[in-house]
Design a protein around this ligand. Structure first.
Ligand code: ZN
Length: 155
């Protein structure tokens, strides 16, 4: 599923889902919280670790419609009736968090240490801000509006 063509963060979710052993019936425990099965729904974002990251990034955009369950997030991401700025930001946020969570998960699997939650939240926030600012500077049409919206959703 391509959410944002032209972005380096564009991720083909189908490919992602093939990487873990979920489909082969191999039992794996989530390395991030060590308290749940490492399923797609758990990792994105029912997990106590990733759920907090997602909430930090997405709550200001989704407000009352905030959810951490995959099917509901998919509904939001594909809802073309949603306001354009809101849709752009939530898709962007989703990809950034997905990417960061996946990186942390892989790091842990290779024996690295987990980043403390506040650090990861800050890094994702900063990454998105930098990218939007860059697109603004490059004169991408309509980016100022997106940037203002993004900052207005930061809590
Ligand atoms: Zn977990």
């Amino acid at each position: 599923m391509y959410l944002w063509p032209g972005s380096q963060l564009v991720i083909d979710c189908r490919r992602w889902m093939e990487l873990p052993k979920w489909s082969q019936g191999i039992d794996t425990t989530c390395v991030l919280c060590k308290a749940g099965p490492e399923s797609r729904n758990h990792l994105f974002f029912e997990c106590s670790y990733t759920g907090q990251v997602w909430e930090h990034i997405a709550k200001g955009i989704l407000c009352n419609s905030f959810t951490n369950t995959w099917p509901e997030i998919m509904e939001i991401l594909t809802d073309s009736t949603r306001e354009k700025k809101s849709l752009f930001c939530i898709r962007y946020a989703f990809q950034a968090v997905l990417y960061a969570v996946w990186r942390e998960r892989n790091k842990l699997r290779h024996g690295d240490k987990l980043l403390p939650l506040p650090v990861l939240k800050w890094m994702i926030d900063k990454g998105i801000r930098n990218r939007i600012t860059l697109m603004c500077r490059q004169g991408v049409k309509g980016m100022e509006g997106f940037m203002q919206y993004w900052f207005s959703t930061r809590m």
